[in-house]
Every structure is written in structure tokens, then in C-alpha cells.
Write a protein that binds this ligand. Structure first.
Ligand code: MD3
Ligand code: FE
Length: 216
């Protein structure tokens, strides 16, 4: 059935090479989304979403939690990875098999073999939430890629260059899309425009982003 239409154009999942080291895997996580979403609910029941504060004293509009051996954390003392949830003081929830498999498969499809992340940051965006332009540079080894999975409401993603002042391109990220960043693009500035209100069949009135990293 779907093959009838596949020949008419691009069909999902299809891989779009956006730049050196940047691949957009359209719809790559769509078939797994319901399983991923159930895992996200279970993780956030144990390590709850929270608004983190930046070292500069701003409260982030995004709410975050983590799973895996390391979780990303931020407060007045800086950005860092910690092995326990500072709220519960328990280790972060274990990274589910379905997360590990998806991250490894996506990295492989983008040309990065043997990606085994030790950290998965879960960002929840309610309408209006955004993420300002920044670099991800708290990880020890920049040779590993970063795999980012978008679920729920659509987002306009911003990606710039290696300098904050470099021009920024905009890109729509839809439910099920997976971005893989590595190589010469690993330290590029990026961010997310404020999320528009809406309703998503699986996730409701929110966007959820899973960001897989090798942090330690
Ligand atoms: C480009 N999250 O948590 S993921 C973050 O959609 C973060 O929640 C965004 O940026 C989100 O740090 C974007 C896409 C992404 C992640 C890492 C990157 C893009 C990247 C690292 C280098 C360049
Ligand atoms: Fe980032």
C-alpha cells in the first residue's frame, strides 16, 4: 500500500544530509514513539521534570530530567553531569533498551558506528518554552556524535556555526525526527524557537526531546 506512494517522492524514514556531520533522519523514531513515550513517563515518575537554573541565574523555560549513568545538571555553580538525581539523591533511572537501540541505530544510519551513550537528557517543552543558542561542551569526548529525538509538537530548530555570531539556519523538527550531529559539526551553536501551542495525538500539549550523549 505505502509502496504505491513511495515511488512518488521521498518516504520515511529518509536521511537528509544537512551539512558536514549533520544528518536529519526523517521519521526515524516514529514506529517506536509509543514505546519511547511510555518509557519517558516511567522515567519522569522516578526522576521528575524540573526547571534548572543557569550559572547566570536564569531559570530555563524547558523542564528536564535524565536517564543513564550520567544526567545533565545545571545550577549557580555551572553546567555538569552528575551520577545521581540531586532531587531524589538516587541514581538516575537506567537507560531503557529501546533508547539505547534507537540511539545506536540512528548513529549508525548517519555513519557513526558503535555509539553507546551514557547519558540521555529528556527535555520537555510546553508551549512557549524555548532553548537559547548554545553549544554542548560539557562532554569529555567530542568524537562521539549527539543523537537527538523529537516527539510531540513540532519545533523550529536553529543551527548556527562554531561562533555565536555565525549566521543561523532554521529547520522544522517533527514528531519522530532524529538529528545526528558529529565530527566537525559537534560544537556548532544551536537552539529551539518558542514552541507554538498545539495538541499532539501521542504526547498532548508538549514537545519532548531526547538527547543522547557520551558524556563521561
Ligand atoms: C547541534 N536540546 O539539550 S537537540 C540540549 O531540541 C539541546 O531540546 C535541543 O540542545 C532540543 O542541549 C536540541 C539537537 C542538538 C543537540 C546537540 C547538538 C543539536 C546539536 C550538539 C551540537 C550541535
Ligand atoms: Fe544543546
Amino acid at each position: 500500500m505505502s509502496d504505491l506512494f513511495a515511488s512518488a517522492g521521498q518516504h520515511e524514514p529518509w536521511i537528509e544530509s544537512l551539512d558536514a556531520g549533520v544528518s536529519l533522519l526523517h521519521g526515524f523514531a516514529k514506529d517506536n514513539a509509543a514505546v519511547l513515550y511510555q518509557e519517558i513517563i516511567a522515567i519522569s515518575a522516578r526522576s521528575t521534570y524540573r526547571h534548572l537554573s543557569t550559572p547566570g541565574g536564569y531559570v530555563m523555560s524547558v523542564e528536564t530530567t535524565s536517564c543513564g549513568a550520567r544526567g545533565w545538571f545545571s545550577d549557580q555553580h555551572g553546567y555538569r553531569y552528575v551520577s545521581r538525581d540531586p532531587i531524589s539523591n538516587a541514581p538516575w533511572p537506567v537507560m531503557p533498551e529501546s533508547f539505547l537501540r534507537l540511539a545506536g541505530d540512528a548513529a549508525k544510519a548517519a555513519g557513526f558506528d558503535q555509539f553507546v551513550p551514557d547519558a540521555c537528557l529528556i527535555n520537555r517543552y510546553l508551549p512557549g518554552a524555548k532553548m537559547s543558542l548554545h553549544q554542548d561542551k560539557n562532554e569529555r569526548d567530542y568524537s562521539a556524535p549527539i543523537v537527538s529525538v523529537s516527539l510531540g509538537l513540532p519545533a523550529t530548530f536553529m543551527f548556527g556555526g562554531n561562533l555565536r555570531s555565525d549566521p543561523v539556519k532554521h529547520l522544522d523538527l517533527l514528531h519522530g525526527d532524529v538529528l545526528v550531529w558529529g565530527g566537525v559539526s559537534r560544537l556548532r551553536f544551536h537552539g529551539v524557537m518558542p514552541i507554538a501551542p498545539g495538541q499532539h495525538a501521542l504526547c498532548g500539549q508538549q514537545r519532548i526531546n531526547l538527547t543522547f550523549r557520551l558524556a563521561g
